[in-house]
Design a protein around this ligand. Structure first.
Ligand SMILES: [Zn+2]
Length: 105
């Protein structure tokens, strides 16, 4: 997996980044969507599902980044990261709607 393509990562409600200057409002919103996903799954189940889904897509696509883009949690976050009011009207467990949908590549 090439380094530098991940600007931030969210773990247990905290957003980590190597360079705060690269955090745009859209990236922050993307990470806040992950915060909400993690919270509603009580964290550990989120990470288990995230990795399992990535592995399933890795077998299917045989490409790390395509597999990453196909994860339902990522698809929800990418689809809505420019909508800065998304979390105000988001339905709980909305990531379920993105399972099986084709990723935007
Ligand atoms: Zn993400």
């Amino acid at each position: 997996m090439p380094e530098g393509n991940i600007t931030a990562i969210t773990l247990f409600g905290l957003v980590f980044t190597r360079d705060r200057r690269r955090i745009t409002p859209d990236i922050l919103n993307h990470e806040l969507i992950h915060c909400r996903q993690q919270l509603e799954l009580l964290y550990i189940p989120f990470f288990i599902l995230y990795v399992l889904e990535w592995l399933v897509h890795l077998v299917k696509y045989r490409d790390w980044w395509k597999a990453y883009d196909a994860i339902s949690f990522e698809k929800e976050a990418h689809a809505n990261d420019t909508d800065h009011s998304y979390l105000a009207h988001r339905k709980p467990y909305n990531w379920l709607r993105y399972i099986g949908k084709l990723p935007k590549i």
